[in-house]
Ligand binder design. Structure first.
Ligand code: PBG
Length: 333
């Protein structure tokens, strides 16, 4: 054939392919989510094979391991004892609570590791919602924000580097920014869960923390989070959320979940000059693990291909439970 263009010319060898590769994956792109609990033993999580609820001591070892693999940021999620949960979730700003203690420990032992936190009430709420639920079943916006601000300040006091509001209340980024600044934490950043969708992909995470919405009291409790998390049918709305977060002072914008929302990552990349993060959530992780356990897919190849897809879509950073495995595979080359 008389072809002028033969794209295969640049695919002929490993060396040529590596020269024209458009996107890369590095351990420094990863943010590694970790679960902690009060117990004295490490606990597995049945819906998330390979992920654990760490004790404070074993958490330190796991974070040291991640540092050794080149990972430079972790994010902490607490499994809070049922006895500490309440309707308003006030345990979230207990300065002696699990998360502030975990942050202090990590900052003593591995001070250079960037510590990100999650700001929302769900792990602390007996109703399993990210905000305070009114007696008639409304998730209250402005009342919740006061709690979120106190939670963020307590996390900053413990040494957090990046505060991650995941609650989707309106106006929370600006309010948290103001509270942090008032308390002298103008150097602490905000990585906002900007476009967080009301997604069934969070199922395994809610098992890990035992944090799903539930009717624990007489109150009418909304059975899902669709009055505050975004409708999966909407894309333009993500741009509105991103514009608001930017105006309110967010430092990094996040899209969550990641894989079913690559278009949203791509759109935010075009709309904003801020760094973009993608959250490769628990359900995405568990599906890969389950198929790999059955021998139906090759875990290593599928994970690296998936992580690369977030980078190609425009994400600078990827929150992923695969972080350590992926960092190890990248090291092996
Ligand atoms: C809590 C929170 C959730 C996740 C991160 N922070 C769950 C939810 O909103 O119900 C999900 C993470 C995952 O599924 O990996 N606000």
């Amino acid at each position: 054939m008389d072809l002028t263009y033969r794209p295969r010319r640049l695919r002929r060898s490993q060396a040529l392919r590596s020269m024209v590769r458009e996107h890369t994956l590095n351990a420094t792109d990863f943010i590694y989510p970790l679960f902690v609990h009060e117990g004295g033993e490490v606990e597995g999580i049945s819906a998330m094979p390979g992920a654990n609820r760490w004790t404070l001591d074993t958490l330190v070892n796991e974070v040291e391991r991640a540092w050794g693999l080149g990972i430079r940021c972790i994010v902490l999620f607490p499994k809070v004892a049922e006895s500490l949960k309440s309707e308003d979730g006030a345990e979230c700003f207990n300065e002696k609570g699990l998360i502030p203690r975990a942050i202090r420990r990590l900052k003593e032992e591995i001070p250079e590791m960037t510590v990100m936190t999650d700001v929302a009430l769900d792990p602390y709420s007996c109703d399993g919602h990210d905000g305070i639920v009114s007696p008639d079943g409304i998730v209250l916006n402005d009342e919740t924000i006061e709690y979120l601000c106190r939670q963020a300040v307590v996390q900053a006091q413990a040494g957090a580097d990046l505060i991650g509001p995941s609650d989707m209340m309106d106006g929370r980024v600006g309010a948290i920014r103001e509270s942090l600044d008032e308390e002298g934490f103008e150097h602490v950043g905000i990585i906002s869960y900007t476009a967080k969708y009301s997604s069934a992909y969070y199922g395994p995470f809610r098992e890990a923390l035992d944090s799903a919405p539930r009717a624990a009291s007489e109150k009418l409790i909304p059975k899902d989070k669709s009055t505050y998390q975004m409708d999966p049918a909407n894309a333009r709305e993500a741009i509105t959320e991103a514009q608001l977060d930017e105006q309110e002072g967010a430092d990094i914008l996040m899209v969550k979940p990641g894989l079913a929302y690559l278009d949203i990552i791509h759109r935010l990349r075009q709309e904003s000059e801020l760094p973009i993060a993608a959250y490769n959530v628990s359900g995405e992780f568990s599906m890969v693990k389950a198929a790999a356990e059955r021998g139906w897919i090759d875990e290593r190849s599928v994970v690296l291909e998936t992580l690369l897809s977030f980078r190609r879509a425009g994400a600078d950073l990827i929150l992923t439970y695969h972080a350590c495995d992926a960092a190890e595979w990248l090291r092996q080359g």
